[in-house]
Unconditional design. Structure first.
Length: 147
C-alpha cells in the first residue's frame, strides 16, 4: 500500500480519468452525457469550484479516483464533504487503493476542519465491506427527484 500515491487531479490526467470514469459508469450500469462529463472535468480543475478530484497512482499509472463536493451544512459550522464518486480499476482491486482514497479524505477533513464526510452506495455494493471499516451505515433512506 505504500507505493500508492494520492494527489490532486491535474489537467494531464484527463485521458486516464475519463477511462476510469467510463469504468465507474459501467459499474453502476449508467451513462453520463459527454457534455456533463466534460463539465465535471472542468469543475474538478477549477480551483474556485466546490468539486474536488483526487487520483490514486501506482508508479505513474492512475488506478483510481475520488470526486467530492464541499458544501455548507445547516447543522454544523465546518464544511461538509460529500464523496460523490469513488472508483478503482477492477484490475487493481484488493491492493488497498479504495481504502487509501477514503483515508485521504479523512485526513484532509481533519486537517481542514471539515465537520462531516459522507457518501452513499448501493446496498449490494461489495465495497461496503471496506466502507464499514470506516463507519457503519446509518439509518437514513435516500429520496431523489430528478428534473
Amino acid at each position: 500500500m505504500n507505493d500508492i500515491i494520492i494527489r490532486d487531479i491535474q489537467p494531464l490526467d484527463e485521458t486516464e480519468w475519463r477511462r476510469l470514469w467510463d469504468g465507474y459508469n459501467a459499474f453502476y450500469e449508467t451513462s453520463v452525457a459527454s457534455e456533463i462529463t466534460s463539465r465535471t472535468w472542468q469543475r474538478i480543475l477549477d480551483p474556485g469550484s466546490s468539486v474536488m478530484g483526487r487520483i490514486a497512482e501506482i508508479g505513474a499509472n492512475p488506478v483510481g479516483f475520488s470526486v467530492s463536493v464541499l458544501h455548507h451544512g445547516t447543522w454544523v459550522a465546518g464544511p461538509v464533504c460529500y464523496l460523490e464518486d469513488l472508483f478503482v480499476d477492477p484490475a487493481c482491486r484488493g491492493k488497498g487503493i479504495g481504502r487509501k482514497l477514503i483515508q485521504d479524505l479523512v485526513d484532509r477533513g481533519r486537517e481542514k476542519s471539515w465537520s462531516t464526510l459522507y457518501w452513499h452506495t448501493r446496498d449490494d455494493n461489495p465495497a461496503r465491506r471496506l466502507y464499514d471499516e470506516f463507519v457503519e451505515a446509518d439509518e437514513f433512506v435516500r429520496y431523489r427527484l430528478q428534473f
